[in-house]
Design a protein around this ligand. Structure first.
Ligand code: NAD
Length: 372
């Protein structure tokens, strides 16, 4: 899907877009300038050829500025499958033992790490040391301390660190943020984020703390944490949380099944959220203000996102989240474009600080003050 490119071509505005300053966020620019699609192509190697890696690879086939050129995998048969499907040359194929050698490969600009959460830390640091830009999946790390180490390593290596926050480019989400900033909802009073699904196979890495770093909060609850922050437009100053567990065999010690959590913001706005691996049909955001509201359901799934405000339906285009994200990342890395909501390592660390506080609040039963 090339919705924006097609639009620009039809409108005959691509050349105009090229002349516009790249440092402005595209949602704040005139429509004509939403051209991140022209310019240097980001050549990406994917590390971790699993379910989400495959989704990203397929989405990149429709990118105009990002191209899958390499793979890093521990499974030789997957590498050959991907080589034939995506035309990846042998010299751009690596495994987990030898991928440091990517530093000598001038045909790869960035490595996109799409492996189990707890592996991200060491893999990001190794890629940074190899001198390549790093794109890392959420959660970037399993706690804020490790996240900071990753950000520090990227800074020391003079490479950029981006995180797969695909919702930060989703048009209806951006429209709600735009309306909130414009004051359409008045003073924000409340946010609700409900994120969850019923998880299957009990042997999967998501239910193994050594690989996941936690349970539903790390995987799906993070969308409510991040969403609360970008929807309200403030950082929480306190957190409370309550954990419940119906199946202590499937959800062992350190793997949260369901956590309800609440935030307070400096303005006095509050949030009430739920993260779970034990309930279906939970993908809903509600933002309330003194003059209006926005409601989205689904709010963070792959799409289509559906929503309305007090003023009517949200009618922004349906996009392929991963295609748009990768094109936008090329513009961020090469043109210095600033997204409306950041997608860098510091943004991920802010989420991780909040998640650390949620886990502490759930464990102690106390209200935890935080400074982000
Ligand atoms: P997956 O299990 O489908 O794929 C994980 C891949 O990592 C597999 O190819 C596996 O072989 C590989 N791997 C490498 N070392 C491994 C090890 N020691 N143990 C297990 N697997 C190992 O998982 P996924 O759903 O693709 O998730 C991967 C990452 O992507 C996670 O961090 C997850 O949170 C994130 N993710 C993000 C989104 C999103 O919408 N942004 C969606 C799904 C997953």
């Amino acid at each position: 899907m090339n919705t924006r490119r097609d639009f620009l071509k039809k409108a005959g505005l691509a050349s105009l877009a090229l002349q516009l300053a790249p440092v402005l966020s595209w949602a704040d620019r005139p429509v004509a300038a939403k051209a991140v699609n022209e310019g240097r192509v980001l050549r990406v190697a994917i590390m971790g050829l699993g379910s989400y890696g495959t989704r990203v690879a397929e989405a990149m086939l429709s990118c105009t500025r990002a191209k899958l050129v390499g793979v890093i995998s521990g499974t030789p048969s997957k590498i050959t499958d991907w080589q034939s499907r995506y035309g990846i040359p042998e010299k751009n194929c690596y495994n987990y033992e030898n991928f440091d050698a990517i530093k000598d490969n001038p045909d790869i600009d960035a490595v996109y790490i799409i492996t189990p959460n707890a592996l991200h830390h060491d893999q990001v640091i190794r890629v940074a040391k190899a001198g390549k830009h790093v794109i890392c999946e959420k959660p970037m790390a399993i706690n804020a301390k490790k996240g900071q180490e990753m950000a520090d390593a990227c800074k020391a290596a003079n490479v950029q660190l981006l995180v797969g926050y695909r919702m930060h480019f989703e048009p209806k989400t951006l429209e709600v943020i735009r309306k909130r900033k414009a004051g359409d909802f008045g003073k924000i009073t409340f946010f609700q984020g409900l994120c969850g699904f019923t998880i299957g196979d009990p042997t999967q890495w998501r239910l193994n703390k050594q690989l996941s770093g936690g349970g539903s909060m790390m995987d799906i609850g993070i969308y409510a944490v991040n969403g609360a922050r970008y929807m309200v437009g403030e950082e929480p100053v306190w957190v409370t949380a309550q954990e419940t567990k119906t199946d202590p065999v499937k959800f062992r010690e350190g793997i949260d099944e369901t956590i309800q959590f609440q935030f307070g913001f400096p303005s006095g706005a509050v949030a009430s959220c739920l993260s779970t691996y034990h309930m279906n049909y939970l993908d809903k955001f509600f933002l309330n203000g003194e003059k209006g509201y926005a409601e989205m359901q689904p709010s963070t799934g792959y799409g289509p996102i559906i929503g309305h405000t007090n003023a009517g339906e949200l009618t922004q285009p349906v996009t392929n989240h991963q295609t748009v994200q990768m094109d936008e990342m090329a513009a961020i890395l090469f043109d210095g474009m600033q997204p409306v909501v950041p997608i860098d390592g510091q943004e991920a660390i802010r989420d991780l600080k909040v998640i650390d506080a949620i886990y502490l609040a759930a464990k102690t039963g106390k209200k935890i003050g935080i400074s982000i």
